[in-house]
Design a protein around this ligand. Structure first.
Ligand SMILES: Nc1ncnc2c1ncn2[C@@H]1O[C@H](COP(=O)(O)OP(=O)(O)OP(=O)(O)O)[C@@H](O)[C@H]1O
Ligand SMILES: [Mg+2]
Length: 303
């Protein structure tokens, strides 16, 4: 998949702004970004459901904007909110989706049987989809999205209602799908999910701020990450608001995690002075994580 200058405006608002992407087959590619940054809008354009205002994309050989019909059989799309029939049972939803993709009779029953087992839906077959728990709904939605064995799968915040254990299980399924030859585009704002992606694009206010593997993004981060232990961290935290050279400060348990701009020559001294830290406060350097990358990518532009 390739996108060049993909842009979508809604009235005066630009939801996606000049997005360039290149996504190789066989990877899980993440869109990481805050609420309203354009993840859903970008996905809707890449699935052919929404016409771009400007720019173009080529998805599995199909040129967009253009006739998106051939794309529909090759992709699966799990929307952000549950979009299947709430007043049909799990089994009825599966039968309906199978028929939409042209599966009938023995073939349909075989595929539904496979998915029922794979996605642990056997005990829920007779239950109304609308009454499933959040995590169960997401298992059903994923099973329905892969009914026709799509080569490319779009998942829009697929695990927002899922506990950490189920989320791990869900991601195991995604890696199984990739091992079987699928490619996946997934949006998220969970850092643990972002870290599982092969590659990521960080989006903010419709623009791509950075992309690469999680490791590349962390290595390329041009900031020093410091952690402070001491007393009265709340006051120190307040003093750091808007302080020169300080990109962000956030309390994590008993420590204050501070991002200092990379061109500050003595970051520890700068922090000590800006936060008004006493001698009792200990400062240690630490390795950047993906949340630091995210904060840094979205803050720099705001500044
Ligand atoms: N149909 C629409 N009409 C008007 N504005 C829209 C429409 N769809 C999206 N927007 C606006 O475009 C921006 C991007 O929205 P989008 O849903 O793509 O964000 P998102 O990254 O998916 O957010 P979230 O994490 O909350 O799901 C938002 O400001 C939103 O209000
Ligand atoms: Mg969204």
């Amino acid at each position: 998949m390739e996108a060049r200058g993909l842009t979508r405006r809604f009235g005066p608002k630009t939801a996606v702004d000049g997005l360039d992407l290149e996504i190789e087959p066989g990877v899980i590619y993440g869109f990481l970004g805050p609420n309203g940054c354009g993840k859903t809008t970008a996905m809707r354009m890449l699935t052919g459901l929404l016409t771009p205002s400007e720019g173009s994309a080529r998805v599995l050989g199909v040129e967009l904007p253009g006739r998106a019909e051939p794309l529909k059989r090759k992709i699966g799309y799990m929307t952000q909110s549950f979009s299947h029939y709430r007043d049909l049972t799990v089994a009825e939803n599966m039968g309906f989706t199978a028929s939409v993709y042209g599966l009938r009779g023995r073939k349909a029953r075989a595929r539904i049987g496979e998915l029922t087992e794979e996605y642990d839906l056997a005990g829920l077959a007779a239950q109304m989809a609308g009454s499933l728990s959040g995590g169960q709904k997401q298992r059903l939605a994923l099973a329905l999205a892969v009914m026709h064995r799509p080569r490319l799968l779009f998942l829009d915040e697929p695990t927002s209602a899922v506990d950490p254990e189920s989320r791990r299980g869900f991601w195991e399924k995604l890696f199984d799908l990739v091992a079987e030859g699928a490619s996946i585009v997934v949006s998220t704002h969970f850092m643990d999910e972002a870290e599982r992606c092969h590659r990521l694009a960080i989006l903010d206010r419709g623009r791509k701020r950075a992309d690469g593997t999680p490791q590349e993004l962390m290595d390329a981060l041009g900031v020093t990450v410091l952690e402070v232990e001491g007393t009265d961290l709340r006051a120190a935290r307040r003093r750091l608001d808007g302080a020169a050279g300080i990109l962000s400060a956030a309390q994590i348990g008993a420590r204050l995690r501070v991002l200092v701009e990379g061109d500050v020559p003595e970051p520890e001294a700068r922090l000590r002075e800006a936060a008004g830290l006493g001698d009792g406060a200990a400062i240690a350097r630490t390795r950047p994580n993906l949340e630091d990358v995210f904060v840094s990518a979205t803050r720099e532009q705001a500044a």
